[in-house]
Design a protein around this ligand. Structure first.
Ligand code: PRX
Length: 656
């Protein structure tokens, strides 16, 4: 039925881009019919489908049961009874067939690159696992990472999962306050950090800053410090702080560490992410299901070939880096690139230089990067040979058709399909995406669900939306890499994801499906904002503003931004007697930077004596959002207790 409907509608052609004949012929999935056939199998007989796929991984013991879903308990299990190890699947199993193949290429911001073959990566991961063991790290212990994009981050993560220790990577751009909250919440035993991070050729101290919060992190027993820069005087507390290189290179450390047999459902990692309210939540991912899903999506979405050089430009501090720099590629035996720097330093052709240098064949980035680089013009692209590229990817936010076209024409020279991949921290891997050899692309659409993903568009009342009608994106049934819970907070897990439409995973994204069955993601329906592809909670930024001594109230809303997609706009009321000026704006921005991290600094802060509120005192964010966006019509103001404030706010609005 689904098949018939989609095939019929697909033949009613609109503006679309088909893969070339050569691409199609060489792809894993070569036609839309083939995709549909497999998709249908995966939906109608999921256990059979996933059991077949799972045979491609290496198991210590095969599963007893492929999947189970107890809706009332919200308990989902995949490959129950099985024993497996992520690190083993990413490293050991490749040693015979591709031991000398490059696994990881690390491109530093400046200086000499490093390459690790599978054999070399295996050895250094084993050695670090042995270091962790020496410090008493056992299965289930939490290990926190606060690092720049250096190889030790990948090595450390693989070392953790080798032992069944649960890693919690905190994005290096978050503040130390954010780091503290995450260490305390997860009760991490070990922190792994760096003495410095590099930005625009300069070393910026990291470990010395972290010292300020370590006293509050009672669970921490050890801090392992990577020496990224020699020009920083790093304080090391005796008995607590140790150098990575001294530990790993020590003669007492063995080259081999046996990968532990881990239960399928054992948590592999926690990754904190922003939600609508309160503190960030610890999204918990499993072992076998997560590995299975990232392995398979990497293979099919990026149409992976043994000779590919794959580059995902994300930071490993976000889920994209976890799944598609580290686990997905390595589970497939691919060569994956990790880049420390930024796209515009020393020049806006840094990315294209890297593509040329390593002959990257598959390139995966965010729309904000595409827009930012487009601004500098074609000349930077044309300096380099990008002919190695065969496939491009996009993630993190909707890609506007203009940026899509530039990406397609100027970067992909009109020959590379673009996979616009929709997913979330919680989903672990890509859920909605074109398969590049099988699907005709429509710029701006994430196209179709991946195998096993039953995606639907529901109205507020929970009815299936009509074609073209906007609604909520839900996933009707669990898929292998669905988050298992919110760390130590099952209630939040239930309330956030399964309450709105009981038993179905609620994505919090708006979507519509067109007459051809293509999915068009419209963005978040809650108070989460994607700023330059970074997920932030407006409530958290409001909390940070209010924690400043001069602020009484704050309302933060997204405003459209040409490069970032969305920017943050803050409306702030000050304590009696205070007046806002440029100095206070910069102080407040810095304060938010201190509390959360520089990425959360609002682009605009507008001071006001009052915020528009309902009679029950609720701030009307809908109206503020319209004002920030510069809309003339801000919608119904009838329910406001103070409608007169709207006119004033509109008049004093700060344009971007
Ligand atoms: O709103 C969607 C947007 O990013 C959100 C998830 O953010 P995060 O958990 O940080 O994960 C980002 C990378 C996987 C989603 O709820 N989003 C992600 N990909 C797309 C997207 N919006 C539109 N199109 C996409 N391809």
């Amino acid at each position: 039925m689904i098949k018939k409907r989609i095939i019929e509608s697909v033949s009613k052609k609109s503006k679309r881009f088909s893969p070339s004949k050569i691409f199609r012929e060489n792809a894993h999935i070569k036609s839309f019919e083939e995709y549909l056939k497999l998709y249908q199998e995966s939906i109608e007989n999921p256990d059979l489908f996933w059991a077949k796929q799972a045979e491609e991984l290496d198991w210590f013991k095969k599963w007893d049961k492929v999947s189970s879903w107890k809706k009332t308990k919200l308990e989902c299990k995949w490959f129950e009874g099985g024993k497996i190890n992520i690190s083993y699947n990413c490293l050991d199993r490749h040693l015979d067939s591709r031991g000398n193949k490059t696994a990881l290429i690390w491109e530093p911001e400046v200086g000499k690159a490093k390459k690790y073959t599978y054999k070399e990566l295996h050895k250094v991961v084993c050695r670090f696992s042995n270091v962790l063991k020496k410090y008493g790290v056992k299965k289930g212990d939490r290990v926190c990472f606060y690092m720049p994009m250096i190889p030790e981050l990948t090595i450390g993560m693989l070392a953790c999962v080798r032992l069944g220790a649960i890693h919690s990577v905190v994005f290096g751009g978050f503040s130390i306050e954010s780091l503290k909250d995450r260490i305390i919440d997860s009760k991490a035993k070990i922190l792994i950090t760096s003495n410095a991070s590099l930005r625009k050729g300069k070393s910026i101290p990291m470990k010395n800053n972290v010292d300020a919060i370590l006293g509050d992190c009672k669970s921490l027993k050890k801090v392992v410090v990577v020496k990224r820069a020699d020009d920083i005087d790093t304080f090391m507390k005796k008995g607590r702080d140790v150098w990575w290189h001294k530990e790993v290179d020590s003669n007492n450390i063995d080259d081999f560490c046996k990968a532990k047999e881990i239960d399928s459902e054992h948590p592999a990692f926690i990754l904190y992410t922003s939600g609508t309210t309160g503190k960030p939540k610890g999204v918990v991912h499993s072992t076998a299901g997560y590995l299975m899903y990232t392995y398979l999506t990497f293979k099919y979405v990026f149409d992976y070939k043994e000779e590919d050089i794959f580059w995902c430009t994300a930071d490993i501090g976000w889920i994209t880096g976890h799944s598609y720099i580290v686990y997905g590629p390595l589970a497939n035996g691919a060569t994956t690139i990790m880049f420390e720097g930024v796209p515009t330093y020393p020049n806006p052709d840094r990315y294209w230089e890297i593509v040329d240098k390593y002959k990257v064949s598959v390139f995966y980035t965010a729309p904000t990067v595409v827009r930012a680089l487009e601004r500098f013009g074609k000349k930077w692209v044309e300096k380099h040979d990008l002919s190695s590229l065969r496939l491009l990817g996009s993630v993190g936010e909707p890609i506007n058709p203009d940026a899509w076209m530039w990406y397609h024409q100027v970067i992909g020279k009109g020959k590379c399909p673009i996979v616009d991949t929709w997913w979330q921290t919680e989903t672990g891997g890509i859920l909605i995406t074109p398969l590049p050899g099988a699907v005709d692309l429509k710029p701006g659409s994430a196209c179709f669900p991946f195998f096993g993903v039953k995606a639907s568009v529901l109205t507020e009342e929970g009815q299936k939306a009509k074609k073209g009608e906007g609604g909520y994106l839900v996933i009707e049934k669990p898929w292998p890499s669905m988050l298992r819970t919110v760390y130590k907070n099952p209630k939040r897990f239930k309330d956030t994801y399964f309450n709105k439409f009981p038993g179905m995973y609620f994505t919090n994204d708006g979507v519509k499906c067109d007459e051809d069955g293509y999915f068009w993601i419209m963005g978040r329906m809650d108070d989460v904002v994607n700023v330059s592809g970074h997920r932030l909670s407006t409530a958290e930024v409001e909390g940070a503003l209010v924690s400043h001594g001069s602020v009484t109230e704050a309302a933060v809303v997204p405003m459209p931004h040409k490069i970032k997609g969305s920017a943050l706009y803050a409306f702030v009321t000050l304590k009696k007697g205070l007046s806002g000026g440029i100095d206070l704006i910069s102080e407040l921005r810095n304060h938010v930077g201190f509390e959360i991290g520089p990425i959360a600094k609002p682009d605009r802060i507008q001071f006001t004596n009052e915020l528009p509120k309902t009679r029950s005192g609720k701030i009307m964010r809908r109206i503020l959002k319209a004002i920030a966006a510069g809309k003339e019509d801000v919608g119904n103001t009838m329910t406001l207790a103070n409608p007169e404030v709207v006119k004033k706010l509109k008049k004093e609005r700060l344009p971007l």
